[in-house]
Design a protein around this ligand. Sequence first.
Ligand code: CO
Length: 175
Amino acid sequence: MVELFEILTYPNEFLKKSSRQVENIDEDIQLIIDRMAATMYHAPGVGLAAIQVGIDLSIIVYDISAKDEEPDLQVLINPVIVESSGSTVTENEGCLSVPDLQANVKRHEFVRVNALDRHGNSVQLEAKDLLAIVLQHEIDHLNGVLFIDRISSLKRNMYKKRVKKQIKRNERKKA
Ligand code: CO
């Protein structure tokens, strides 16, 4: 069993950082991927970007298999959306770094993504439906963007206030 990472949550400033390209897919990267996968399954979540665990490298893991199916871990390194089209609104999108909030988010219906797999092989994905949404959400993380950056400012501000209150409440408990 590999060690789990701690997941950073909003308003941690690190989440706004852009991730760096992975230059060399070495043993350290393999361990990061294994720990990211374990952290994602433990949470549990559908996807996780390295920046969410405090590592500013362009790596994402995800698993969109249904609950009654075998796990199907996917790993993408240096993923880039090279083409996108159509428009859709996701229902109740959420994020491990944005606890206790789900919102509808405008996304592209289709994306084409170029990336490397964990062995350094080039992969090109054509995605629609849930996969397209997960890829857009995770690749946003690599650019320092959270899904709350894509919702109405009214909803975003309500969430910000709620988090501020929660932080104050926790500080009072500690004091
Ligand atoms: Co997320």
